[in-house]
Ligand binder design. Structure first.
Ligand SMILES: NC(=O)c1ccc[n+]([C@@H]2O[C@H](COP(=O)([O-])OP(=O)(O)OC[C@H]3O[C@@H](n4cnc5c(N)ncnc54)[C@H](OP(=O)(O)O)[C@@H]3O)[C@@H](O)[C@H]2O)c1
Ligand SMILES: [Zn+2]
Ligand SMILES: [Zn+2]
Length: 338
């Protein structure tokens, strides 16, 4: 089969012919029909995220059809349209027992991170990781649910976004568009921050109450103004450069939560006195649980959350998707169609 292979930091991705996997006991073989390109792919390429596994097929926003099943999996599943849950936890560690599979101490697999992912014609996953997708949404539109929407569902829950909160979404790409909508559904008022006017317009169309143009406006000052001096109860950082982190921290309300979802090579610096006197907290959010993927699928199926797909590209044009993403020219995701 054809697959886009990652060979380690600072090396180009390559389209290669590799063996089609065979489903082992408890597995299914998924014929991939759509796979979203996440910003995390850029961190793999730069080496900022280096999990030490190469060669590897990247791609963790995966939609397809079950084509074969392994021993112990009912043949009735063949033909099912599914989206992949990319973590496969050990099922035994404290985190798995609590349902926090995204924090598992002994992952059996993490598709597109340390286990082959979806930038290929086929991917082999455990049967429970192949989550049925209801109709009414195309494969390409469904792909960004797998990380873009699920990451938003998880981060909003971790930050306890609630009724009447002022929420800043700093960086409106695929995850940011998810957060704008999920925060609104939880009863919050949303301020989207970005540099590209079209992305801010899209954020407004998805429910943002206000937008701030980074670079042209003083973000923290505008957030204070919009919130009547209060500041933001929650700031989601999807960019996390020195400059944006400083603005994010200055935007926080008392008891505000600064949530890192994105990261860059820069380090976060804050004087503890700010956290102390304002009783503020800083937290990180990673991935999502299987239950949160189910929730994300339902939200999109019911039309309560929309994904944004800028373009769909055949697998061999993967570089175009990667370049457009790193150049900042995508309104939402580029989705590969193997
Ligand atoms: N923790 C997790 O589980 C998780 C999951 C998924 C992704 N991530 C991370 O989250 C981050 C966002 O992912 P994504 O896929 O949504 O990325 P993305 O689609 O590239 O979106 C990020 C957006 O940030 C904006 N941006 C860049 N620099 C900016 C600045 N200085 N000020 C304001 N806006 C700026 C860009 O739009 P403009 O054109 O407006 O600049 C860009 O569209 C990445 O770091 C990714 O690795 C983490
Ligand atoms: Zn992702
Ligand atoms: Zn575990």
């Amino acid at each position: 089969m054809r697959a886009i292979r990652y060979h380690g930091p600072k090396k180009p991705l390559q389209l290669e012919e590799i063996a089609t996997p065979t489903p082992g006991p408890g597995d299914v073989l998924v014929r991939v029909t759509a796979a979203g390109v996440c910003h995390t792919e850029l961190h793999f390429l730069s080496g900022l995220l280096d999990l030490g596994v190469a060669p590897l097929t990247l791609g963790h926003e995966i939609v397809g059809r079950i084509e074969r099943v392994g021993e112990g999996v009912g043949p009735a599943r063949v033909g099912e349209r599914v989206i992949v849950y990319y973590y496969s936890g050990c099922g035994r560690c404290l985190h798995c027992l609590r349902g926090d599979e995204n924090l598992c101490d002994a992952l059996r697999a993490e598709h597109g991170f340390v286990t082959d992912g979806g930038f290929a014609e086929y991917v082999r996953v455990p049967a429970r990781n192949a989550v049925p997708l209801p109709g009414g949404i195309s494969d390409a539109d469904a792909a960004p649910i797998g990380c873009g929407v699920t990451t938003a569902v998880h981060a909003a829950s971790l930050a306890r976004v609630g009724l009447g909160d002022w929420v800043v979404v700093y960086g409106v790409g695929a995850v940011g568009f998810g957060l704008v909508q999920v925060a609104r559904l939880r009863g919050a008022r949303v301020i989207a921050v970005g540099r590209t006017p079209q992305k801010l317009e899209a954020a407004r169309a998805l429910g943002a109450d206000a937008t701030v143009r980074a670079g042209a406006e003083d973000v923290a000052a505008r957030v204070r103004e919009i919130t009547g001096g209060r500041g933001a109860d929650v700031v989601f950082e999807l960019v996390a450069t020195r400059e944006t982190m400083a603005a994010s921290a200055r935007s926080l309300a008392k008891r505000g939560r600064l949530v890192f979802v994105g990261y860059s090579e820069d380090t976060f610096e804050i004087h503890p006195i700010q956290l102390v006197v304002g009783e503020q907290s800083v937290l990180g959010s990673v991935g999502n649980t299987l239950a949160e993927l189910q929730e994300a699928v339902e939200l999109v199926a019911q039309g309560r959350v929309r994904t944004m797909v800028d373009r769909v590209l055949p697998l061999e044009r993967f570089q175009e998707g990667v370049d457009a993403l790193s150049g900042g020219s995508l309104l939402g995701r580029a989705v590969l169609k193997p």
